[in-house]
Design a protein around this ligand. Sequence first.
Ligand code: KG4
Ligand code: ZN
Length: 353
Amino acid sequence: MSNQKIAKSGPVPGPVLGIETSCDETGVAVFDPSRGLVAHTLYSQIKMHADYGGVVPELASRDHVRKLLPLIRETLSKAGMTTRDLRGVAYTAGPGLVGALLVGASCARALAWALDVPAIGVHHMEGHLLAPLLEPDPPQPPFVALLVSGGHSMLIEVSAIGRYRLLGDTLDDAAGEAFDKTAKLMGLPYPGGPALAKLAESGTPGKFRFSRPMTDRPGLDFSFSGLKTQVLLAYQQHADEANAKADIARGFEDAIVETLLIKCRRALEQVGATRLVIAGGVGANRKLRAKLAEAAQRDGFRVYFPRLEFCTDNGAMIALAGALRLQAGLHDDAAIKVAPRWNLESLAPLEAA
Ligand code: KG4
Ligand code: ZN
């Protein structure tokens, strides 16, 4: 995805449509650089995939095909606009499920072609990372970002928008994946993260203590896959004890939250930053938000979160990230290209555009 060109036409002067179809959520939004977020809609496929215990890629693609055009119409109607008012189109070009990405990319490119406006493929994780900019009092770079979703657990140094340096990554399961897999082995419904977090609310802290992986050595990488084995053993040994399931869920959530907190502190120290951005689906975890807010107050750093609905996948973050890139004069050529794997560090920094 290194095909982003400097647009001859210069900055895009108006509303940008954003389309997100990288996984199991169809998200659409309109972001206007002079007015902010104008409208957004979301359709979640969770119910459809729940029967299978996880996302079925082919079903996801087909459902995006069904839902995308109606959602675009609904979003434009909420915004009081027609397609003629759009000055640019942004779509998630990766990383994600290839079929699902292609639905959004084809639709976005066709629309941009028909309207004769520029289009741009957005990196899904840049979308997550910039989601806190949709809130009042947004963070200014430089900052450290913790991106924790179903597919990623990364610590990133953000020296400018588009200039990203990977400080730490997961060696195996992502934080969201750890939540989902652990929930599944405890018999909780898909998607496991929110279900496990809910169960943990009625658990007693400290009844089960699991390890804080890789916090006993230097470095900023994560490894969460061993935790689910610890949980499985505890679950098998204590299944018939009263409230064991909730207590185990609490022990697991505390282990993940504390591990993330330790690594965030370490990352801030390492790069000498005082601002921390949290983004991605696991950023919706209330325990994580509370613990980070507490630590920020105590240790004198600032923490920024997107509102809950913009932690998980949505079109607003794609419209925003795309609008910033289009405004900087970047756009893609007319080919429909997606990148199921895409290195965040390879993006073009906006300041250099
Ligand atoms: O960012 P996202 O919507 O999709 C990806 O890009 O992966 O993140 C989804 C992930 C799932 O693993 C889900 O279980 C997790 O975020 N998640 C949570 C919570 N809400 C969503 N994990 C823990 N606690 C939550 N409240
Ligand atoms: Zn995501």
